[in-house]
Design a binder for this molecule. Structure first.
Ligand SMILES: *Cc1c(COP(=O)(O)O)cnc(C)c1O
Length: 456
């Protein structure tokens, strides 16, 4: 087979600001060893997130110019609505400024004290919005999803047996909904199979529990289904997405992911009564129902991006670039989540830095080392992000200590990725010199965004 090439040419470029290791040491110290507090022009390769960092296409930029900024009834909204409904099959489409705004609206209505939300894995903002409403979020990832370095095709699946036994032991009426996150961002960007979604749907139907999809990476998940699940090889991405959404009562989506937009999101629903309640909240928090928190030009860019992301040449290149980086570092002995996920490479920091105990945040120590060594910015997905304290203020660690290198869509070329692999391998060879970390200041919710740290 020939090399899989980037399925685009580059028309406009942004310079990378080169700096030195000494400079980066100082910059990181000034940022209190929290990569979120770095100035992005001090970063050479920014793999902090794939959210809102995509390169838009010439067609999307042309759409930006076509955007109609009417307060109500903009043609840009109807184009957006048509795209979302065509993909999800859901008649109600509520635009929001990003995914978490959809979550806030939906959970304010369906959540509250005593309610439970069950998921394969809730993303951090999703969990935070659930907990902020007073409800509880429970993750039920399948057993293979808990083993970071053992390959399996659908490690994002929800644990069907655990779900059933939970429902049998508890009152189903307290379960606000089941949320399937595709792909499973916090669990390694691993896909969820169609069979798993179908079975979850059956159980939810049986107990009258609504099923929602956190659809941020619906196209990447659809591509994995096409590649790995029998019966889907000849189906189009749109057909697969349609089937996936057909099992759900609604979905939330961040258009900053699989829509190539720099901002935006939506909530799509089947239930018109719930839709009315959501729109009432929308108008006081986001805006009127035909623009939500968005400008007309954003609605245009998203409507176009939602179709571009379903292009199979794009998805082949996308999934292959993540796999390429994963294989390259794995071959050098770096402990990395296997198989490669859809949007990011996940290093297993516990195995990478076995000399650093979990209460010294090995993931964050690795994040700092990669920045200092190569100017690469990435994010810890471990006990800094998800850790809690017990009554004695002892850390209750997260299940996994991961470092995520999220690859922005259509932004970096193969030589950037080769450079990233070289830096990771160099840091791995010098891993014994890396020191553990402690938190010196933290917020109560989503502490990883603002926490200040230092070396122990
Ligand atoms: C990004 C993301 C969200 C939140 O979307 P924002 O646009 O960042 O608010 C929710 N769920 C998942 C799985 C995500 O990746």
């Amino acid at each position: 087979m020939k090399t899989i090439i980037e399925p685009f040419r580059i028309k406009s470029v942004e310079p990378i600001h080169f700096n030195t290791e000494t400079y980066r040491n100082n910059a990181l110290r000034d940022a209190s060893y929290n990569a979120f507090l770095l100035h992005s022009d001090d970063v050479m390769i920014d793999l902090l997130t794939d959210s809102g960092t995509s390169a838009m296409s010439s067609a999307q930029w042309a759409g930006i110019m076509l955007g109609d900024e009417s307060y109500a009834g903009s043609p840009s909204f109807y184009k957006f609505e048509k795209a979302v409904t065509e993909i999800t099959g859901m008649p109600v489409v509520i635009p929001t400024h990003q995914g978490r705004a959809s979550e806030k609206i939906l959970f304010s209505i369906t959540g509250g004290k005593g309610k439970v939300f069950i998921s394969n894995t809730l993303f951090d903002t999703t969990r935070a919005n659930i907990e902020f409403s007073g409800a509880e979020g429970i993750d039920m990832i399948c057993p293979e999803g808990k083993l970071p370095t053992i390959p399996a095709p659908f490690k994002g699946n929800i644990d069907i047996k655990a779900l059933e036994s939970y429902i049998e032991k508890n009152d189903a009426a307290h379960i606000a909904m089941v949320i399937i996150t595709v792909t499973n961002n916090s669990g390694g960007g691993q896909p969820v199979s169609m069979q798993n979604i179908r079975e979850t749907h059956k159980i939810c139907r049986q107990y009258s529990i609504p099923l929602y999809i956190d659809a941020c990476r619906f196209a990447e998940n659809s591509y994995f289904i096409k590649m790995r699940e029998s019966g889907y090889a000849d189906k189009s991405i749109l057909d697969i997405a349609n089937e996936m959404f057909s099992y759900a009562d609604g979905c939330t989506m961040s258009a900053k992911k699989d829509a190539f937009a720099n901002i935006g999101g939506f909530l799509a629903l089947n239930d018109p009564e719930l839709a009315t309640k959501c729109r009432n909240l929308l108008v006081i928090t986001e805006g009127f129902s035909t623009y939500g928190g968005l400008a007309g030009r954003d609605l245009e860019a998203i409507a176009i991006g939602l179709y571009e992301v379903m292009d199979e040449h794009y998805l082949q290149y996308r999934i292959r670039s993540i796999e390429y980086l994963t294989q390259k570092i794995s071959a050098a002995g770096v402990p990395v989540m296997l198989p490669a996920g859809g949007h990011a490479v996940y290093l297993d920091a516990k195995q990478f830095l076995p000399h650093i105990p979990v209460d010294q945040y090995p993931g964050q120590a690795l994040v700092c080392a990669l920045y200092i060594k190569g100017g690469i910015r990435c994010v810890e997905i471990g006990s800094l992000m998800f850790g809690k304290y017990d009554e004695n203020h002892q850390l209750i660690p997260a299940a996994l200590e991961l470092v995520r290198l999220a690859i922005p869509r259509r932004v970096y070329t193969q030589s950037h990725i080769d450079y990233v692999a070289e830096v990771i391998i160099e840091v791995f060879e010098e891993r014994n010199q890396i020191k553990g970390m402690k938190i010196t200041e933290e917020a109560e919710i989503l502490r990883h965004f603002t926490a200040k740290l230092d070396f122990v």
